[in-house]
Design a protein around this ligand. Sequence first.
Ligand code: ZN
Ligand code: FE
Length: 233
Amino acid sequence: MLKVVPILCRPGQMNNYAYLLIDKNTGISAVLDASEAEPVIKECEKQQLKPQFLLNTHHHFDHVEGNAELKALFNAKIIASAKDKDRIEGVDIALNEGDVFKIGDSEAHIIGADGHTIGHILWYFSKDKVLFTGDTLFNLSIGGLFEGTPEQMWNTLQKIKKLPDDVLFYPGHEYTAYGISALRGDVGQKYAQKAKERLKQGKPVAPISLKEEKICNPYLSIENRQDFYQMFE
Ligand code: ZN
Ligand code: FE
C-alpha cells in the first residue's frame, strides 16, 4: 500500500506539488518532484521519514530544485528519465518507458509522456491505482508544449485515457481554479463543487479520478485528433 502526501511548494507563485510517497508495508519512502527543499524537509520531519529516493517527472527547474539539498541530507538516490540524465543534476538511476521501479513493495510503472518536454515520464503505481502526471496532465488542463508537438501530446494523452477509470491522479501544479468556470453537466458540476470546497479549505484538489478527468478535462474529452491539434493553433 502506498500513502501519498502532497506538499505545496512555491505557494502563491507557481504552486508546484512535491509528493511524499510512503510504502506502508516497509516504511520506505520517496519524494517525487522535489520542487524546493524546505517544505519537503518540514514534511519529512513531521512524518519522521528519511526518503531513500528522489523521483522526477521531467527536468524543469520548478520540479528539481530541491534535489541536491535533499540528496545530501538524506543520502538519497535521484531517479529520472534516461532522456533527462544530462539535464537533471546528480541522476543515479535512469529509467525508460516500461521500466518498473520499486519503493519497498510498491511498484511504479514508467510511462513515456513526450509533449511538455521530450523525456517526460509518468509514474504509475498500477496496484495502488495512483498516477503522478507532472506537467503532462493537470486538473482540467495540460502542460504547455515546450519541447514536443501536438501529435506527441495527443499520443501521450491517449495512453492516459487507456488507464482504468478508478485511477487517482496527482499533477505537478495546483492549476485547477483556472478551469472550474468552464465545467458543465452533472459530472462537471460535481467536479466544480469538490474543487471549490477543497481549495476553500486550502487543500489540494488532487486526487481526482481519471473517470472524472476524462469527462471534464477538455484535452482528454476531445475525441478527434485533428480537433485536438486545432487547440494549439
Ligand atoms: Zn515543466
Ligand atoms: Fe512545472
